[in-house]
Design a protein around this ligand. Sequence first.
Ligand code: HEM
Length: 407
Amino acid sequence: MNTAEFRLAFRTLPFLNAHADDEDGVLELAPGRLLVWNPGAIDEIFHADQRLGHPGSRTMRSVLGHKSLLWTEGARHLAYRRALGPALRGKRLAGYRELIAEIVQSSIGALTEGRVIALADWTRAVALRVMAGITVGRDGDAVLAPFTAWMDKALGSRGRTLAYRYLRGSLPSSGEDLDRLLVLSAKRSSGSLASLLTSDEPPLGRLGDDELRDQLVSLLFAGHETTASAIAWTLYWLDRNPRVRQDIVDELESTMEDGASAAAVPLLHAAVLEALRLTPPVPAAGNRVCTETGEVGGRAVRQGTVLTPSIYLAHHRRDRFPDPYRFEPGRFLDRRVAQEDFFPFGGGIRHCLGSELGLMEARMIVAAVLRCRELRCVNPAAGVPRLRGHAMAPSPKLRMKVVACHA
Ligand code: HEM
């Protein structure tokens, strides 16, 4: 590991911020390893995605499993996207509204006046309940405690995660008990994402228990850490920007909508997008590997070169987002931002399968919190990003106090 790779692994955000104004937007981390945020190069990578390799992260492989759809390639990858994709977008999303609303209401009910919460933990618990319900149905509640304990052990402390990764070679495994619980819940459930994996029907056919386990863990992980972080950041930035917060409260008062439809709450939707820009839950999309010698962004690349699209750096380009460290939802009101400038959900053939669900959930949860509670940040200085695995969440020290409850 050279100095640049070391700093990226151990001092990630200071390292990225130090390169935010590099005009080139391509940084050689090591021979054959490029960090990319140049808009033209990002566009090329996502358009060529079908011809690139997707090896995934070595660190997360031991957590999500070797058969995870996150690093499956070719026809099998396509089969997963065909099996799961339709249930995660468009009209099918309406089927999750009731579940989300129910979970949010019961979680908010526990936020009594005067209570102080660790924001990131609270949003993570809510988002995991939602994702478990969507993935394995009502049985999902049984997996919450063991899944959370395992995630906290593996990813709860950056130092510990890096120690597992570099000293022991892999992160702690989920263990047989949790794996068995997940597979059993999946086989018992109906009408859930899991039932699409256990149907034995094309395009996936029959999955062995180990392959099923890997997909369940992948969906739970990819679907809750990210969304929880998006919600926590949105609430944090609204606390720091009380005028925007009040405008959104006014927007919500003018409608009976629960936030499920972006069109009904345009300012809230723009605020969620701006939080995803400023503090992207996933600071880098998955690695891509060049399968042939060619060019990226006008730079010659050899076969085998690893390209890492930097979401964080692309979102902080001054030429695309003036005053990039300022929270300004207006950037997303009434205009479409180009995908090569703003890609919190990655792109190409690996574009996030749950992007529509994640956005809907974030809007619904933030809307419910703003309607029913007034939260105030107790220690705003703790609003600094911390990496959990590859996800970027507010520091676990960041606390919010419930200062008022509304019916
Ligand atoms: C705000 C919330 C979310 C964010 C910011 C986010 C972000 C991302 C990113 C950056 C990627 C990698 C894309 C690439 O490499 O180009 C990804 C992949 C993925 N996400 Fe999400 N995600 C979110 C919510 C969800 C949810 C709710 C689900 C639930 C199903 C989900 C499931 C997945 C899956 C399965 C993949 C792998 C896709 C593939 O490899 O084909 N994500 N997500």
